[in-house]
Design a protein around this ligand. Structure first.
Ligand SMILES: *Cc1c(COP(=O)(O)O)cnc(C)c1O
Length: 378
């Protein structure tokens, strides 16, 4: 079976992990700040905080931006459940904004209409746009709405390390408060499990750092009383153990050094899919002229998706569906969401098929996938 995604691990990655295993620190050592610096360098982030997953990073970012009971978080239904769950973790309520039928990202026009139609007490404190498939959202429009309606923005850039928007790298937070990357092995750069949160605001960065380690600080100037000695620490608020280990971070630093090469290969493969599928009755992905995708996913839209999915799987092609709309998950239905709430996302989810796309996918495998797709459609 050709998988839909797969990590690329080279000898340097293996060596980086071995070096940590033989070093003094498996966790809370120097590899984590080194990884954070490497991510900052690769993506233009001012302050980067590593976590044991992107889910943890989203949760800490929500707390750091003040989300709590009585607040609202809005995101897109076309995402992994984590983009919405981070709001529920904080005791906030979650709502969704329908997708743009061309990019499958949150529709900035729909966001504006929904904000205008929502009484101010029910407007969101946080909006989480997701750069779906690696293609950046309309961040300038979303930033304009954030200023007009007073919400904070967390980019869920789990798919988008190495992407750019209006000439700036995703991760420099030009139009957001926090930007989160995931390093799960199906994503572009991997640490095994892991995530980071980037921000320009040193206070938000400090708060996220504290939250990832139980809410504890060892900085005397942050303490509520004079520090009696170097052994002393204070827990200032209720945090978590969301730390990344040095083992994961060393792998990440070695991986993120290759992000440009990873994204270039994915871009070439995506362009090749565009050519191979040109004559088939499928809709190919669309990336705006003012942005570049990191090509986490190559999604085609087609009629009769369920039948094509089965035929492709039977032919040994690990196609997938991204995503079942979050509001239709049983946990969210129980909160009151229904079929028909977000029709563009629901229509899209009936027609979407993710084709295999990863660094080591070969041209001949790609030819095989295109042929299988043509047959499955026939
Ligand atoms: C993978 C993913 C996450 C969660 O990432 P983890 O690192 O597995 O916690 C969140 N949002 C989106 C859009 C994702 O694709």
């Amino acid at each position: 079976m050709i998988p839909y995604g797969r990590q690329h691990i080279d000898d340097a990655d293996v060596q980086a992990v071995l070096d940590v295993l033989r070093s003094d620190f498996l966790t809370q050592g120097p590899a984590v700040p080194r990884f954070e610096a490497a991510v900052a360098q690769a993506t233009g982030g001012a302050h980067v905080v590593a976590f044991n997953s992107a889910t943890s990073a989203l949760h800490a970012a929500c707390i750091a931006l003040g989300l709590g009971p009585g607040d609202w978080l809005w995101t897109t239904p076309n995402t992994f459940v984590a983009s919405a769950n981070c709001g529920l973790y904080c005791g906030a309520r979650v709502d969704f904004v329908d997708i743009d039928p061309r990019t499958y990202c949150m529709d900035a026009g729909a966001l504006e209409r929904k904000l205008e139609a929502t009484p101010s007490v029910r407007r969101p404190k946080i909006v989480v746009p997701v750069h779906f498939g690696g293609c950046p959202c309309d961040m300038v429009e979303i930033r304009g709405l954030a200023e007009r309606f007073g919400f904070r923005t967390i980019e869920d850039a789990s798919h988008a390390i190495g992407a750019s928007y209006r000439g700036r790298p995703i991760g420099d937070c030009s139009w957001s408060d926090v930007c989160v990357f995931s390093y799960h092995p199906v994503k572009i750069v991997t640490t095994g499990e892991g995530g980071t949160a980037s921000t320009r605001d040193p206070e938000i960065a400090w708060r996220m750092q504290t939250l990832r380690t139980h809410g504890i600080t060892r900085e005397p100037e942050r303490m509520t009383r004079p520090s009696p000695g170097a052994w002393y620490y204070e827990q200032l608020e209720l945090g978590f153990n969301y730390r990344m280990t040095d083992i994961h971070a060393a792998l990440g630093a070695s991986q993120v050094a290759k992000v440009e090469r990873f994204v270039q290969r994915r871009t070439d493969l995506a362009a090749r899919y565009d050519e191979l599928l040109d004559s088939l009755p499928v809709r190919r992905p669309c990336v705006g002229a003012d942005r570049t995708s990191a090509w986490h996913l190559y999604v085609v839209r087609l009629a009769g998706r369920d039948r094509v999915f089965e035929r492709m799987r039977a032919a040994g092609i690990g196609v997938n569906v991204h995503y079942i709309p979050v509001h239709l998950q049983p946990h969210y239905r129980a909160l009151g969401f229904r079929e028909g709430d977000f029709p563009e996302a629901e229509r899209y989810a009936q027609e979407a098929l993710s084709l295999p796309l990863f660094f080591d996918l070969t041209e001949s495998e790609q030819d095989q996938i295109a042929t299988a797709l043509a047959e499955a459609l026939g």
